[in-house]
Design a protein around this ligand. Structure first.
Ligand SMILES: [Fe+2]
Length: 148
């Protein structure tokens, strides 16, 4: 994981995500919460569903940044007793990286990953975030084009 300026990103919203395609969610037997109704999200959803920001298109093999904000409408708090302790990055349903926040109040709820993709075509990027009090949450998918 790298922190720093995220550059210009384009959000591409997809449909409501399904949580059954993940190879290793945070914690064993963890229930993964998703955004149920985008038009009327609950306060918990606003604060916990991650928002993935990535370029619309990238070149095969070229590094790029993916920023994950938690939550997608309201920034999740970070206090010593309540914080986002983990953010995972998934590509096409496979976990490829994670950021672990060991202490609340110091670490941000947001994360930035630098990755590259080698397979030309479409790629689906998603994030899974875990709140120490409110459980595990899946982003909506972002689809990008990997140019060969
Ligand atoms: Fe929370």
């Amino acid at each position: 994981m790298k922190a720093g300026a995220a550059g210009a990103f384009l959000l591409i919203a997809g449909g409501v995500a399904k949580a059954d395609s993940y190879d290793k969610p945070v914690g064993k037997n963890a229930k993964i919460h998703t955004l149920v109704n985008r038009d009327n999200p609950s306060t918990l959803e606003k604060k916990h569903v991650p928002l993935v920001k990535a370029p619309k298109a990238v070149k095969k093999g070229q590094w790029f940044q993916v920023k994950v904000n938690v939550g997608f409408m309201i920034e999740h708090p970070s206090t010593p007793d309540h914080w986002i302790d983990r953010v995972e990055l998934h590509i096409d349903g496979k976990k490829v990286s994670e950021a672990v926040n060991m202490a609340g109040g110091i670490t941000s709820s947001n994360s930035c990953f630098e990755i590259r993709l080698h397979k030309p075509g479409d790629a689906k990027i998603e994030a899974v975030a875990n709140c120490n009090l409110h459980g595990t949450w899946l982003s909506e998918p972002v689809h990008i084009k990997v140019e060969g």
